[in-house]
Design a protein around this ligand. Structure first.
Ligand code: GUN
Length: 327
């Protein structure tokens, strides 16, 4: 039996444990419920609200740019095939352009588009002076050589930063564009007051789009970076141990609810980049329900990194327009 005295003692002990283990407590709003056994320690990072703030800032910059230059920044999106998720992403990107005062063009191509046809479309957009940013939605249908398509985009219009020239500039810490999702992760950390300098960041996933560039950005000698970065993948030994050593755990492995509470150090910041469609709806790569009891800060899915990715695409498109008209 657990009377009132036992209850109070239990909370007092839990408080001590959390003060010892959770470096973010009480800054990270450890919430002690008045009754019941549910303990919610993680502050949930609201990516939607943050992205709205960034988009409002960008809308002002875009209005000033248009007034000064009489040029309206324009993003061209190319979608090949019928992937429902990609259709939603591209529609959201176009909507975001409209809402911030930019133009957007949309080129939809059938599933059986050949390399030559797609290269012709990309080359036409490269030459179109009214288009400042080009985005070819990934993944492309099988049979299309994605790296070759990314390399065909004019590097100065490459708002994804997937072109080898832009990847090289990033690696040398003189970026022309920062890739959108990694840049969104960095903005989330910066604007949430998470210190990256000297922190141990563990990135789970080594994709060209998220894992690798996120690791590169956060290890650079730069504001919002200067971290010690470990990259994990499917062949990493003792993955849970490595994850548990992270001050900041960034998960982009494409497996639903892959990271569980036992893989997270109490008080750590956990950024979930995954978007997985399951029978229960959209879920991240992090088991939100268990990890929120352990983490200090945690991003939800949806409403975490996703909206930041779109905001960074808008930022890159404005930057591309500036580069192209020389302001
Ligand atoms: N598919 C998933 N993320 C991205 C992205 O950032 N850019 C493009 N082009 N395709 C994607």
């Amino acid at each position: 039996m657990d009377g009132g005295g036992g209850f109070a003692l239990r909370w007092a002990l839990l408080g001590c444990v959390r003060l010892c283990y959770n470096p973010g407590f009480p800054r990270n709003r450890g919430v002690f419920p008045p009754h019941g056994d549910s303990i919610v320690t993680a502050k949930i990072l609201d990516g939607k609200a943050l992205s709205q703030q960034i988009r409002a800032e960008l809308a002002e910059e875009i209005a000033d740019f248009i007034q000064d230059s009489s040029v309206v920044p324009c993003l061209a999106a190319v979608l090949v095939g019928d992937d429902p998720a990609s259709q939603v992403y591209v529609r959201n990107k176009q909507k975001a352009c409209d809402q911030t005062g930019m133009e957007s063009k949309f080129q939809r191509l059938p599933e059986d588009t050949s390399m030559e046809e797609l290269l012709t479309v990309v080359n036409r957009l490269n030459k179109d002076a009214s288009v400042h940013g080009i985005l070819v939605q990934s993944p492309l249908p099988g049979g299309l050589d994605e790296p070759r398509i990314f390399q065909a985009v004019n590097p100065i219009k490459d708002v994804d930063a997937f072109h080898p020239e832009n990847v090289g500039l990033l690696v040398q810490n003189r970026p022309r564009f920062l890739p959108c999702t990694p840049q969104g992760v960095q903005q989330l950390l910066l604007r949430s007051g998470v210190e990256t300098a000297g922190a141990h960041v563990v990135v789970v996933g080594r994709s060209d789009i998220v894992g690798k560039p996120t690791a590169i950005i956060l290890m650079q000698r730069a504001a919002g970076a200067d971290a010690t970065v470990t990259v994990c993948h499917s062949r990493t030994r003792n993955l849970p141990d490595v994850c548990r050593s992270a001050d900041i755990l960034i998960v982009a492995i494409g497996r639903p609810r892959f990271v569980t509470a036992d893989m997270v150090r109490p008080g750590a910041t956990v950024i979930d980049v995954g978007i997985n469609r399951t029978d229960e709806g959209l879920v991240g790569d992090v088991d939100f329900e268990s990890v929120k009891e352990v983490a200090g800060l945690l991003t939800p899915v949806p409403g975490g990194v996703g909206p930041l990715t779109i905001a960074m695409l808008l930022k890159n498109t404005l930057h591309a327009a500036r580069l192209q008209i020389g302001t």
